[in-house]
Design a protein around this ligand. Structure first.
Ligand code: GDP
Length: 451
């Protein structure tokens, strides 16, 4: 980590200011060599200094320069942040000067990687910063900031501490049986402690589903044979003419996507071409896509035309929805009804008329109920949410169950302790207390430049 790195931290466009970040052992010295104003090598940390960036005798820009001394900085190294005027020309020129004066261009995520390696951020915090930057709605933001400020890590660290206590205690029991102050861990005593940890981990895993839902949204596939009202529903939900509404059958061949936010969760709406049998090659592609959407969607809104009897295609659709979360809309409720509702009895049914604006609110209510979205408003947003984290917690839950069962059948405590140690190490991967270099590269390379 000898290099001093530099990058533009803000997005470059026409803006009032941009920030160029510099971090590393020579950060202050290098910036000072292109700065006219106070001698930056002599100023205190946490100061903002007015001056000019110079290219030899030529003034490049009028700037404010913040100086942070190691270890009290974002990366833990000496850090300088140059507030330049916005726009491509100023910012690039300053970056260019920094690079010709001894800085190296930072790799994506390299600032935060250094913060991690210097113990300023743990892995959960670092990943949450990425989530925070990418947050597109309020609940994602709330979740991101909880993680970025260490609330989420605290949960895991507390658990690890409890495990460490047990491990240490058992070690003392084994090594110093005569030591009277230590609790003597028997299988019975361990039973209570492991049960508590198991329940906490199960809760974290359960809540990570909420976290994932907030982060990735719910994929909602809208399916139905042509002309039942799929595009009309999309239009109603999106409240804009995003989908094409027409009387001609089979026009919605392409999948149209839109997003709406319900109780802080994004619903990704995906229109489908239906799944009728067809010889038309273009339609066949659409049908194939529809089947894939059904497979991958978290929720299917299946629309049926209430004014007609169910057709073969409707039956195909009904068959394809087995084992899925489904809301069945019986649409065109304003017309005389011909549909045999008995065939839809396995689904949650809502009668709608898009022409008369009937039933839309009931759809929202049903989705809220099915995904328990009310819990999000009352939750505290301290949720794990990315695939890496969730997969570790899943493994931790299984391991804890194993430990619990093995302890239950009276496995000697010193053997149980070995598995408890494995669990402790596994949880360490979450916060980055134990990690592999490849994992770090994988995580931090996902960040944008300048983070
Ligand atoms: P899609 O092919 O499934 O996407 O269906 P569209 O949304 O394009 O609708 C097909 C036709 O049915 C259009 O003429 C709509 O105006 C009409 N339609 C949609 N919903 C209703 C409804 O609730 N009642 C009546 N009477 N017509 C509807």
């Amino acid at each position: 980590m000898e290099d001093t790195i530099a990058a533009i931290a803000t997005s470059v466009g026409v803006s009032a200011i941009n920030i160029i970040k510099v971090s590393g052992p020579k950060a202050i010295e290098i910036v000072n060599s292109i700065f006219k104003g106070k001698d930056l090598t002599k100023v205190k940390g946490f100061t903002i200094n007015y001056g000019f960036i110079m290219d030899k005798e030529e003034t490049v820009d009028e700037v404010l320069v913040s100086v942070f001394h190691s270890p009290k900085s974002y990366t833990g190294e000496d850090v300088v942040e140059i507030n330049s005027h916005g726009g491509i020309a100023c910012t690039n020129k300053i970056l260019e000067l920094l690079l010709t004066h001894g800085c190296r261009l930072a790799e994506p995520g390299e600032f935060i990687k250094r913060a991690f390696l210097n113990g300023k951020k743990d892995l959960i915090e670092a990943e949450s910063i990425s989530d925070l930057i990418e947050a597109k709605n309020e609940s994602s933001r709330k979740m991101g900031i909880k993680g970025a400020t260490g609330e989420l890590s605290k949960l895991i660290k507390n658990l690890r501490e409890k495990l460490l206590n047990i491990i240490a205690n058992i070690e003392v029991n084994i090594d110093y049986p005569e030591y009277e102050d230590a609790i003597v861990y028997t299988n019975e005593l361990l039973d209570t402690s492991i049960k508590e940890i198991k329940e906490e981990l199960q809760k974290i895993l359960k809540q990570s589903n909420i976290g994932k839902m907030i982060k990735d949204g719910i994929n909602v596939g809208i399916i139905g044979k042509p002309n039942v009202g799929k595009s009309s529903l999309l239009n109603k939900l999106l409240d804009e003419e995003k989908a094409i509404v027409t009387d001609i059958e089979g026009t919605t061949r392409d999948i149209i996507e839109g997003k709406i936010v319900l109780n802080g969760v994004t619903l990704n709406l995906i229109d489908t071409a239906g799944i009728r049998k067809t010889d038309n090659i273009v339609e066949q592609i659409g049908v194939k896509k529809s089947k894939k959407i059904i497979e991958e969607a978290d929720l299917i809104i299946a629309i049926f035309d209430g004014s007609r009897s169910l057709t073969e295609e409707d039956n195909e659709i009904i068959k394809s929805l087995k084992d899925k979360k489904v809301i069945a809309l019986v649409n065109k409720n304003d017309l005389e009804q011909e549909i045999d509702l008995d065939k839809l009895k396995n689904f949650n049914i809502i009668k709608t008329s898009f022409i008369n604006n009937e039933g839309i609110d009931s759809i929202y209510e049903e989705i809220k109920k099915m995904f328990n979205l009310q819990q999000i408003d009352s939750g505290d947003y301290t949720y794990l949410s990315n695939a890496r984290q969730i997969s570790i917690v899943k493994n931790a839950v299984s391991l804890t169950e194993e430990i619990y069962n093995s302890n239950k059948i009276g496995t000697p405590v010193d053997l149980v302790q070995i598995d408890i140690q494995r669990l402790w190490e596994l949880l360490g991967e979450l916060t980055g207390d134990s990690y592999k270099d490849e994992l770090l590269d994988e995580i931090f390379s996902k960040f944008c430049l300048g983070k």
